[in-house]
Design a protein around this ligand. Structure first.
Ligand code: ATP
Ligand code: MN
Length: 463
């Protein structure tokens, strides 16, 4: 007997094969003398239909216990299906019910539930069609990311989750401490005495692996991180999580143009990969969630991304015949409405905006000769806005030191980062992709809480 996954059985198995299938019951239909159940094992959107004749052992009790949500194992033979909707079905010879699910209390009955409701049963929602599709596509995106970089010889490096550098995203950091919060040690002037804390100084959950990725790029050339990052931002939006995953490649001997080329090839690769690996799930999103999902994917794969400078983008926004809520002028950051106007309305495809004003970007971005702009790039996508942010990094020690100081940071706190410019410095560049934003974009799911299995948001860390 073969124990195979339902996705594979539906794709390639033939009548007369003997099989053992394990999964969870989605529906049951009882008729005179026999019953149908649909089983799902998470491997595909489609269920396997099982026909159970009353001559199987213990028919009555088995059928009574085979309710939606029950875990079951079926041994049987595949037969060509008489009914519409499936090519083959399994004729049961032996059934074993592992865990029953009481139809009076099991929350996932066969009807449409809202995503809000499903968030309250985060431990069960993965058993629905929508979340099955989301998490299979999420898996395919992860696999595509690794495959893309591995094919190109990038080293996957694990950067730390606990960090002592608070230089990025100040104010949005989660503190990590083993101090007794009921009895915090104080110094003479009543400040918290971090010398008694676990690491002997303040530490945080990381907001980005970039600085450490730069260290590794200076030894291995091309590297990437793909791991969790954390932001204590109290923004209850459909695009922000407190814990999310980020992909950050970093390349030595690389300028901004090459960085953009890689980012564009990267996005195209992931979309193509997912369309090939998860066609059913993508079709499902297109039908049920957002009917532009497939067209958007084709758009990304088939079009060259538009590239323009921030200065030109501002000119276009000033000329736009729409009214924005936020002001547009050179020196102000682009808001989501501006980004969406450029990508969705004006160019109708992804847009890469480059060369932002230095004041609104991070200290590590390379200062251009005009001394006003930095070699930054953001990729703006229709529907989502910013999906990738990257830059060429400042490789000149004196310029970097100046920028660190002018942004109110202490060079000595970043001594090791500055050392990279002291010893064997080289032009280098990289970018960051918010992984859940990508999955949102791919699936058309409106809320970022619904593209990660266990969302962490303000006031919510259940499951
Ligand atoms: P936003 O303006 O949307 O808050 P950001 O400018 O804070 O984004 P970066 O600091 O550039 O974002 O972070 C890199 C990427 O991580 C972003 O492009 C985005 O895709 C993603 N990202 C940022 N914050 C979050 C969050 N709270 N939850 C999920 N993804 C996020
Ligand atoms: Mn932010």
């Amino acid at each position: 007997m073969l124990n195979r996954r339902i996705a594979e059985i539906l794709r390639s198995s033939q009548p007369d094969e003997s099989l053992l299938v394990q999964g969870w019951v989605r529906t049951k239909r009882e008729l005179k003398g026999f019953a149908f159940i649909e089983i799902n094992d998470g491997s595909s959107l489609a269920n396997l239909q099982v026909v159970i004749n009353e001559d199987v052992p213990d028919y009555e009790t088995t059928i009574k216990n085979l309710n939606t949500g029950a875990a079951v194992e079926v041994a049987g033979v595949l037969v060509a299906s008489q009914g519409k909707g499936q090519r083959i079905e399994l004729k049961a010879e032996k059934l074993k019910v592992y865990g029953e699910a009481d139809p009076e209390t099991y929350p996932l009955q066969k009807k449409r539930h809202s995503f809000e409701f499903l968030r309250t049963i985060g431990h069960l929602r993965s058993r629905t069609n929508s979340f099955g599709a989301v998490f299979r596509v999420r898996n395919a995106c992860s696999a595509a990311i690794h495959q893309f970089f591995q094919e190109r010889g990038f080293l996957w490096v694990h950067t730390p989750i606990i960090t002592a550098s608070d230089c990025e995203g100040a104010g949005e950091l989660f503190s990590v401490t083993s101090l007794d919060l009921k009895n915090i040690p104080r110094t003479d002037n009543q400040a918290i005495d971090y010398s008694q804390d676990f690491f002997g100084k303040p530490t945080y959950l990381t907001v980005s692996g970039q600085l450490e990725a730069e260290v590794m790029a200076m030894a291995f050339g091309n590297v990437y991180t793909f791991g969790p990052t954390f932001r204590a931002e109290n923004s209850n939006t459909s695009r922000h999580l407190a814990e999310f995953w980020m992909v950050e490649p970093e390349m030595a001997f690389c300028n901004l143009e090459e960085d953009m080329d890689l980012a564009e090839a990267f996005l195209k690769y992931i979309f193509e990969y997912v369309l090939v690996k998860c066609p059913e799930d993508m079709e499902f999103f297109n039908q049920r969630i957002d009917n532009s999902v497939l067209a958007t994917a084709e758009n990304i794969i088939n079009n060259q991304f538009e590239r323009l400078t921030y200065t030109d983008a501002i000119k276009l926004l000033e000329k736009a015949d729409v009214k924005f809520d936020y002001p547009v002028s050179w020196g102000l950051d682009l808001q989501s409405e501006h980004e969406r106007y450029l990508a969705e309305q004006l160019f109708k495809k992804p847009v890469i905006v480059t060369d932002y004003p230095a004041q609104i970007k991070a200290f590590y971005m390379r200062l251009s000769d005009d001394e006003k702009t930095v070699r930054a790039m953001d990729i703006l996508a229709p529907k989502i806005g910013e999906i990738i942010g990257g830059s060429q990094r400042e490789e000149r020690l004196d310029v970097l030191e100046r920028r660190v100081i002018s942004q109110g940071m202490k060079p000595e706190d970043l001594w090791w980062y500055l050392d990279l410019r002291r010893y064997g410095t080289v032009p280098h560049a990289g970018f960051g992709l918010g992984f859940e934003r990508l999955v949102q974009f791919m699936t058309g799911m409106g809320n970022i809480r619904d593209v990660i299995p266990f969302p962490r948001t303000p006031q919510n860390a259940e499951f």
